[in-house]
Ligand binder design. Structure first.
Ligand code: GLU
Length: 498
């Protein structure tokens, strides 16, 4: 048997470090067994998936040095590798399940399902489908189809007994079938859900081992049941521990930068970031901290993964990055890296349109653009003094801006401006006054070029990291005060009717 593993990212946002971490372990596992590593794009969520996100994911994984044997860009024997191009395959498979009595059409309206969920929640029951359409006669189904009623396809799930999931790292995990919902497989628009598409593709693409994040464990019973319904052998399952913030919560962009683009822009080396990801829950047999991808491939053993949630710690990453900078590059190589990273023509051409009108001498450029090629800025409380704003008003404004910025995707200039303008209006502030604290947080000075352009050029994660840093410098927001700030923020939206 040839080992085949895969990574199956959904292109719905910036490339996530978690994706590269899972990709790394899948690559190592496949290579160690002389197998193949596949990249599949799970873009069945047509509303949230974008071509830009897909391109950024592929580019970021390549930047890190991760290469796949089959994928949407390199092709392969199981093409297409993009789920949006495989619609017919999923519909055929859903039909197969319907014909064999493993799935049923459900005509329930959203109103009925919402009411059901409310009732179940009120009665402190686990929310889930109640089987309403399960008993519809063939004639009733035919009549409703004839009448053109919209429907979804749901899988049947046993109402008693236990599903035993075998996980490579965790051993056997038991799930009561009553805890498993009658999952929708095909949506009303004929698109598959993650569960159907994922199982069908893993089978058709010959995936032998599914190594994925632990957040998918609860899906395992549904997936195993689907394999059984189709009469297929299920792949071996392995759920890797999730990356965590230093406070042990799941790594999330609210607390920590999660985009690979951020780490690249901060000047982490791909070798160091990959090395650090390899240290997430795994270690070399001799416990050495610094190693190359090649060394990791040589020594990889999935059984050395420890399940305690690995903490993604920026200080530790910086320490490792410093070792790489000092020990692994000649001055010539480092100079080439610096040029590739930021000091190149392309970047100059992005910044110069903003600075040309302000320059008297070429030497004016570097100081004016320094914040665009920096990480965190050397801010102090004093940096904000000239604004003459109360600390509470200041932190509230920054926090409001932060929350609105979190919702912007894709990160485009117009969208950033519109979000900030709406917020300023809702707060009853002139845009100029509203933006003043953001100038300091983002550029370190009120005299910089447009802060909206600055945020656009810096990218979403770095902009938000700087605002987070400014909030910290200003002493943060206490738990008690945060409740008030959250309330005031919610009231803003309500006043604006949204
Ligand atoms: N599309 C899923 C994701 O975005 C894939 C999960 C899996 O590996 O099964 O992570």
């Amino acid at each position: 048997m040839t080992v085949r593993t895969r990574i199956a990212p959904s292109p719905t946002g910036d490339p996530h470090v978690g994706t590269s971490y899972i990709a790394l372990f899948n690559l190592c596992f496949a290579r160690q067994h002389g197998g193949k590593f596949i990249l599949r794009i799970e873009d069945t969520d047509q509303v949230r998936s974008t071509a830009e996100s897909e391109a950024a994911i592929l580019e970021s994984l390549r930047w890190l040095g991760l290469e796949w044997d089959e994928g949407p860009d390199v092709g392969g024997p199981h093409a297409p590798y993009r789920q949006s191009e495989r619609g017919e395959i999923y519909r055929e498979h859903a039909d197969h399940l319907l014909e064999h009595g493993h799935a049923f059409r459900c005509f329930c309206t959203t109103e009925r399902l919402d009411a059901l969920r409310r009732e179940q929640t009120a009665a402190q029951q686990q929310p889930g489908y109640d089987g309403h359409c399960l008993g519809l006669s063939q004639a009733a189904v035919a009549a409703r189809l004839e009448a053109g009623e919209p429907y979804v396809v749901r899988m049947k799930v046993p109402r008693e007994g236990v599903c035993q999931v075998q996980d490579m790292l965790r051993g056997q995990i038991d799930f009561e079938w009553t805890q498993v919902d009658m999952q929708v497989l095909l949506k009303a628009d004929g698109m598959p859900t993650y569960h159907l598409a994922n199982v069908v593709d893993d089978h058709l693409m010959g995936i032998t081992h599914v190594l994925r994040g632990e957040e998918w464990i609860n899906s395992a019973p549904k997936h195993l049941l689907l394999y059984e319904y189709f009469g297929w052998q299920a792949p071996v399952l392995c759920h890797l521990p999730l990356l965590r913030n230093p406070d042990k919560s799941k790594l999330s962009k609210r607390k920590n930068p999660t985009s690979i683009l951020y780490y690249r822009r901060m000047g982490y080396l791909p070798e160091a970031l990959l090395n650090y990801l390899g240290r997430m829950g795994w270690s070399m047999p001799d416990e050495r901290e610094k190693f190359t991808l090649g060394e990791m491939l040589c020594h990889f053993d999935i059984m050395r993964v420890s399940l305690g949630g690995p903490v993604f710690d920026l200080d530790k990453l910086s320490w490792l990055n410093a070792l790489w900078i000092r020990e692994d590059f000649t001055l010539e190589q480092l100079a080439d890296r610096m040029i590739a990273w930021a000091y190149n023509r392309e970047n100059l051409l992005r910044v110069l349109p903003h600075l040309q009108p302000r320059m008297e001498r070429l030497s004016d450029f570097a100081p004016a653009a320094a914040y665009l090629a920096s990480g965190m800025l050397p801010l102090t409380e004093q940096s904000f003094a000239e604004l003459k704003l109360e600390r509470e008003a200041l932190t509230q404004l920054l926090q409001f801006a932060q929350w609105r910025l979190e919702g912007i995707a894709p990160w485009e200039r117009e969208a950033i401006f519109a979000a900030m303008k709406t917020l300023a209006d809702q707060m009853g502030l002139k845009i100029r006054d509203f933006l003043a604290p953001l100038f300091i947080a983002i550029a370190g000075s009120a005299a910089s070029i447009s802060v909206i352009d600055s945020m656009h050029m810096l990218g979403s994660d770095l902009s938000r990291a700087r605002i987070r840093h400014a909030l910290e410098v200003l002493g943060g927001i206490s738990k008690k005060r945060m409740k008030e700030v959250e309330k005031a923020f919610a009231a803003l939206g309500a006043a604006a009717g949204g």
